[in-house]
Design a protein around this ligand. Sequence first.
Ligand SMILES: *Cc1c(COP(=O)(O)O)cnc(C)c1O
Length: 730
Amino acid sequence: MACRDAHRGAELLDFAQFRDSSTQALVYGYGGRSLPELRAREFGRLAGTVYLDHAGATLFPQSQLASFTQDLTENVYGNPHSQNISSKLTHDTVEQVRYRILAHFHASPEDYSVIFTAGSTAALKLVAEAFPWVSPGRESSGSLFCYLTDSHTSVVGMRTVAKAMNVTSIPVRPEDMWSAEKRGAAARDPNCQLPHLFCYPAQSNFSGTRYPLSWIGEVKSGRMCPVSTPGQWFMLLDAASYVSTSSLDLSVHQADFIPISFYKIFGFPTGLGALLVHNRVAPLLRKSYFGGGTAAAYLAGDDFYIPRQSVAERFEDGTISFLDVIALKHGFDALERLTGGMENVMQHTFTLAQYTYTALSSLRYPNGAPVVRIYSDSDFSSPEVQGPIINFNVLDDNGSVIGYSQVDKMASLYNIQVRTGCFCNTGACQRHLGISDEMVKKHLQAGHVCGDDVDLIDGQPTGSVRISFGYMSTLEDAQAFLRFIIATRLRLSSGQAIPQDTLREAGTPLAESEAQNAVTATMNGCRPSPQEDTCTDSRVWNDLLTAVDAVGLHSPVLEATRTQQTSSEKAAGALDGGLGPHIITNLYLYPIKSCAAFEVTRWPIGNQGLLYDRSWMVVNHNGICLSQKQEPRLCLIQPFIDLQRRIMVIKAKGMEPIEVPLENGEQAPICQSKVCADRVNTYDCGEKISSWLSKFLGRPCHLIKQSSNFQRNAKKHSKVMRTERKKYSP
Ligand SMILES: *Cc1c(COP(=O)(O)O)cnc(C)c1O
């Protein structure tokens, strides 16, 4: 059987066997702590979701929030700049948290200071603005700003600040650093104090490559040189990605500046980061702006400003996010309690990454072609050189890349969350994908911008797919992901991969057709492989089966309800005679956005197109419109419009059909919603349908309908916009 052939090489790697055969002592889990129990207790909200974007943002444990909110409800925290008792409590607690952060990085308060910022990016911007750059002039050749090309956008952006100072920026390729490492000794003039800055990531957020921390000492001591030039090198270690799954020992690797974002370590709070600054450079930093809390003294009417002594007080303009700072304490506590420390997190996440990498890189099509191309600088040999990030593109059996958007959509259908694109790291993206500078510019001209879904241009990928593990990731997460790749690429009824052409046929239908094939393969009587056995209880798998069932052309739901449509079609009125050469025979309405289609052969036109087409939508508890991307089960909800009875009947498997009036009789309150970037007026269709939908989708949600005065308002709005523009244009 052809199907059997497709299985070759597609078996899931047996984890126990993998671990036994490894040359290293691989650690999975956190000793006596049960990982499944930890997941159930702290991350219940993940139920059924395979979250693999921890490098984007990791997830906070429930107990962190619980102890944080308890802290806030039991204590009075005032503004830390006041002098009263609640203010003193805030000040002292914040200072305590600073020590806690330093302790986490094995740094002493004698050596390092913590400046709270809005995140890593704000910390990088602060360094760019405060660094003691020397502009080139008669006596000096000027400072240099050097950065590894595998740096995050937020590092590269520092060069605009440098440029304003006439400071030269020099991008340094990883290859050049690696060879500089081998070359060794560079000339250093101890008398030359000209300050240069070199920035590199401890871990690439693109590939998970870990660059040697030893570079800090090597460059600072002059044994290694990013660029051969006299002067003194200051080192910025971008640790934002690295520290989410590793410990960082600043007592050994004494970088001058270390930016971090806390949501990457424990998921909460967001919008809070820090710049760790070595105290030896703190006095050199310049301040270009002064805000509340930073002044020892200043005059309102004269150019007189004396900054405060401590570097933190000098650079934290305004009131810091003090309640969020207090949340950090609970974050560190929870992380320690759940894992026993960052060393364990590093081992656990590395084991998952090495297992997944080994399995993924061994997947082959029946013709021997690899299923994925992995972009990495290491072979995942140790956590010293590789973090728990795997970056890749999926290939077809001819070796052509399947666009990342397609993979993303397909993964969503399996409830797997990955990250796609170029990950705010164009340098790494270009290097790994072989995209030249000219091509980047050409892609822009072709309409591709960072973060969109233009994934292939002339068959060449513009980005890739990234999966990343966090401290609470499990083997089941890794295996669900691998099963997804196997099911979509290798389990086809024909035993052949879907040709590229079919795959490019945009959007959901394609994903559905592929999913259908995947299921056909398993139902065609293939021997059940071990992975099938293990996945029968997984909601991911079940979701797919139901989703496929629903979108099948001969869906029983659709067949059973044809009679209702006929009566509606009659009500739509006859339009006989005088038909032109082009005749529309079938019409599909989508009365509820993202839900199943309602098929008719005749239908009235309303003032916005087909009457009642996309008039309703399902929104979550915050009023956010749900799409199939977040809620694949929407496609199982089948609306029917009965124009005669002026109702919409909604059906779904396992639910009693429910009726919703086509227009709001009781004048429900109108509110504003955002749909596809447009603001529209809507009203809520009531509690009854809300609880019906909530029951079916297993989460609180509502049905809302566009208010019929929408059109008029939209017109009025755009008219106002036009006159405004006229008024202000020169
Ligand atoms: C995330 C990240 C940043 C930027 O962090 P923000 O929290 O977005 O400011 C910078 N560098 C690296 C390596 C990162 O992973």
